[in-house]
Design a protein around this ligand. Sequence first.
Ligand SMILES: Nc1ncnc2c1ncn2[C@@H]1O[C@H](COP(=O)(O)OP(=O)(O)OP(=O)(O)O)[C@@H](O)[C@H]1O
Length: 258
Amino acid sequence: MHLELIGLGKIFVDAAQGTKIPAISSIDLQIEQGEFVSIVGPSGCGKSTLLRIVSGLEKSFEGKVLLDGQEVLRPSNDIGLVFQQYALFPWRTMCENIEFGLEIMGMVKEERRTIAEKYINLFGMQGFEDRYPCQLSGGMQQRVAIARTLIMNPKLVLMDEPFGSLDSQTRNDMQEFLMDLRQKRNDTILFVTHNVDESVFLSDRIVVLSKRPARILRIFELTAPHPRDRTSKIANDIRREVIGILRQERNSHSPIRN
Ligand SMILES: Nc1ncnc2c1ncn2[C@@H]1O[C@H](COP(=O)(O)OP(=O)(O)OP(=O)(O)O)[C@@H](O)[C@H]1O
């Protein structure tokens, strides 16, 4: 897998008010197989818009997204999506949610059940197969959403604040779970987060975006092996530096107050 973002730009037009909202400007980025790349940036800077463009959901934008050299023009099974809202089907059990994509592909029930069970085991969710989403904890629901995406074996997984609605302990558990999973599967992940700690714990690279319209301010490379020590000097140094850039960016061009 090789992902290439070339000169990405996006301007929203508010037809009612006749105003233009530049959301993204001149973003170039390359991602290789197995990389975990986090995107952080000020609130409202254009992170989700960037993911939507990469996913093929956004129809009009400048530049190109190339996945293995092929232009991404629409959503496909090659690119999996995980959102903050788990978006599970409430009327389907855990197992039925996980096997949904395989069912849509026309796979017969026995075959897809066998594969879904493999994922249920891999995700440590045995015993909950027949529960409905409302009977599962938030962390478990997000695991189901991730399993439902990964069962399609996408080349690239896009995650938009996937742990944003979880309490801090569950969030930590999910970060560890995701790292463990990654070691087993070598998925390629582009991950949007507001949480700098999370990006330092998880990423091979952290891409720091500017205020809207988002452009790349800085890319940090993190080479510490996993599992990472959240309190190590290197983790603290990078965290401090990323937070410093974001603070400076937030305060830039703001009116001087007495
Ligand atoms: N469909 C749309 N029409 C008009 N403006 C939009 C649309 N979608 C997003 N925007 C605007 O584009 C900008 C970037 O939005 P986006 O959701 O990508 O930011 P974000 O960095 O993901 O935000 P957050 O930090 O709140 O998650 C915002 O100002 C938003 O209001």
